[in-house]
Write a protein that binds this ligand. Sequence first.
Ligand SMILES: C[S@@+](CC[C@H](N)C(=O)[O-])C[C@H]1O[C@@H](n2cnc3c(N)ncnc32)[C@H](O)[C@@H]1O
Length: 215
Amino acid sequence: MEMRGLRDDVYRRPLATALDRLGIEPGWTCVDVGAGGGDVSVALAEIVGRDGRVYAVDSDPLARDEVAAAAAAHSQVIAITQAGEDLRLPEPVDLAFCRFLLLHVVEPSAVLARMAAAVRPGGWVVVQEPVTSAGRVGGVPLSMPGAVHPDIGAVLPALVRDAGLVVVDAWAESQAGAGGGPVAEYLAFLTGVDPGDDPVVLPPLVTVVAQAPVV
Ligand SMILES: C[S@@+](CC[C@H](N)C(=O)[O-])C[C@H]1O[C@@H](n2cnc3c(N)ncnc32)[C@H](O)[C@@H]1O
């Protein structure tokens, strides 16, 4: 299995739980910030349908080509090259989403402020970021030295609240396993280390579901 798809498989449950929690519907307008290859953008496009729109925003121009390829069958996906810190869309959206983005960003609060400003009054912001060191291989904590804020998930509800949003729900979840299979394969992809038979707990993903105040 190709690894980007694999991550979607092992982190599919937190995404599905979050989207269920906020009651996303056909016709919604969304932005996926730090969209990468566009897996979440495509998942959102399938839900919002042809009457909806998904802006797939990434600072890396290469992501735009990847999103375009992934979303070829979804004309409602609009790929934009833009930094999350400069997020500006042609219209207010119903949902601003990011996943595995803020851990790589120097100033996460600047991105959250732009996401909060991008949604309509009463609109939704959903953020999913890991607590990397809470992952375990053979009982030993993981580390991710390449990330600017590897444990940002641990403070995510407060960051979202401080962006002026109302936190409606927040939780952490991940998958665990032992021996071969998707969990071990994903860990090997993430760290370059094959865990072999060691037990693995993937980094828990903290999800925060929040709403923009109605003024
Ligand atoms: C680990 S990938 C996550 C991709 C996708 N969100 C997912 O969950 O599969 C992080 C993405 O964020 C993008 N990125 C990093 N810093 C960014 C920024 N300041 N603004 C927008 N995108 C950024 C990177 O180019 C990369 O595509």
